[in-house]
Design a protein around this ligand. Structure first.
Ligand SMILES: C[S@@+](CC[C@H](N)C(=O)[O-])C[C@H]1O[C@@H](n2cnc3c(N)ncnc32)[C@H](O)[C@@H]1O
Length: 204
């Protein structure tokens, strides 16, 4: 009898987790699909080590990327924004397990967060979110802020660099510098990449 009760409790728990993830994916317009290993390595190797200040992952999901950012940049304050409760909860556990004191995880809609003190933005979202974020970036980000977007470009902005992955999707990772005042470090990083983009002014 106890086994049967345990089975049903577990079943309900699994269904509840599954339902929550699906519901929030529909609500947010995207599932909490993590950045792939290849993309993560590429992104992390392209980030200038001299990056200072606040680094954000807009939609931090299960924490795969944001925890690695916090490890790579221990001198930076790294912030992950996520609304979906299950991925958020697991990313909190991950943070605790890894004892990442420079990582803050906030359960909130990133469109409601201020980006004015941010020095580097990472995101892996979807086209409609990038359209909305473009306006927010233009209004709030300070000149020199680096924006790295996995797969989806910021519409109308000119990347300083495009990293192309050798995966089946030929994934592109777009690197932007707002108003382009901080491009020297990225230029050096760009030298051995597959696609080199002239470091021209990022379009406003
Ligand atoms: C494709 S996942 C990327 C996860 C993580 N950044 C990574 O690269 O591994 C996108 C995440 O953004 C979250 N998201 C989408 N819109 C959001 C919003 N407005 N506020 C907070 N999180 C959001 C989704 O719930 C999802 O977990």
């Amino acid at each position: 009898m106890k086994i049967v009760i345990l089975f049903f409790v577990l079943l309900i728990l699994i269904l509840w987790i599954w339902f929550s993830v699906i519901l929030w994916s529909l609500r947010n317009g995207i599932s909490p699909m993590p950045t792939t290993d290849k993309a993560r390595k590429k992104v992390l190797s392209s980030i200038p080590h001299e990056t200072q200040g606040v680094v954000v992952d807009l939609g931090s999901g299960w924490g795969n990327m944001v925890t690695q950012l916090a490890k790579l940049l221990p001198h930076c304050q790294v912030v992950g924004y996520e609304t979906s409760p299950i991925p958020f909860f697991l990313s909190k556990c991950w943070k605790k397990f890894e004892r990442l004191s420079n990582l803050q995880l906030k359960r909130m809609n990133f469109f409601e967060a201020s980006l004015k003190d941010v020095s580097l933005v990472y995101c892996y979202l979807y086209p409609a979110a990038m359209e909305r974020l473009k306006k927010k970036f233009e209004e709030e980000l300070k000149p020199g802020t680096v924006v790295i977007s996995n797969t989806f470009a910021v519409p109308g902005w000119e990347p300083v660099q495009i990293l192309q992955l050798a995966d089946i999707y030929h994934t592109r990772i777009y690197v932007y510098v707002k108003n382009n005042s901080n491009v020297a470090a990225l230029h050096a990083k760009a030298e051995d990449e597959e696609i080199k983009i002239p470091l021209t002014m990022a379009k406003k």
